[in-house]
Design a protein around this ligand. Structure first.
Ligand code: CA
Length: 220
């Protein structure tokens, strides 16, 4: 999953960036409102963490502008003050959730998981498909109740595929979710990850749709 982090405070931003990377998210970190708006409009993020007090354009203005252009990305705002008005304005501007600084990192993660789950129309914490079970919070994957070791990208790819059962995902869509700006992506990177997943979970469950992408078919 790919997250946009918008935070101008270097110390807090660095902490969040490192922490969210450990949580397996692909991340882009932006420190001003203007660039954040462009990023939101151009990239299919799974969620946006948006600080309110930002240089160039406030988080609230970014959000209002994005929503007025029809942008539906899940947005969690960070408000510096424990002021009700900030939170109310944020929610009215189209935020899906908020956190008041200072907050616990674990709470941010839980809220992000809830937000992305809702956005994907999933009601359960665990993602299940046949004999495969993913626990996004614990970053664990089981096949027939046995733990399977996956790399960060393999985990993200599997999570992406199993969150979109019955839908074809193109290579470009998958790359967008697995990588951040500045990451080196080889031309066959996704194929290599798919190959590894097939080796670990069986060759059948991820189908290649020639010239289009990959799909995990609905359970029959
Ligand atoms: Ca700030």
């Amino acid at each position: 999953m790919r997250i946009l982090l918008v935070e101008d405070d270097t110390l807090l931003g660095e902490g969040l960036y490192a922490g969210l990377q450990r949580e397996n998210y692909s991340l882009d970190w932006i420190k001003n409102g203007e660039t954040a708006l462009i990023a939101m409009l151009e990239t299919a993020y799974d969620a946006v963490i948006l600080d309110i007090g930002l240089p160039k354009m406030s988080g609230l203005d970014v959000l209002r502008q994005a929503r007025s252009e029809g942008n539906k990305l899940p947005v969690l705002i960070l408000t510096a003050r424990d002021a009700v008005s900030d939170r109310v304005d944020g929610l009215d501007a189209g935020a899906d959730d908020y956190l008041v600084k200072p907050f616990e990192f674990s709470e941010l993660c839980a809220r992000l998981r809830a937000l992305t789950r809702r956005a994907r129309g999933l009601t359960e914490q665990l993602i299940r498909y046949k004999n495969i079970q993913i626990d996004p919070a614990a970053h664990s994957v089981k096949l027939n109740n046995q733990q399977v070791e996956l790399s960060r990208r393999e985990f993200s790819l599997l999570e992406e595929l199993l969150s979109n059962i019955g839908r074809v995902l193109s290579k470009a869509q998958l790359e967008e979710k697995l990588y951040s700006w500045g990451d080196e992506i080889g031309s066959n990177t996704i194929e290599v990850h798919i190959h590894h997943l097939r080796k670990k979970f069986g060759s059948e469950f991820i189908k290649t749709v020639r010239g289009v992408g990959y799909i995990v078919a609905k359970e029959s």
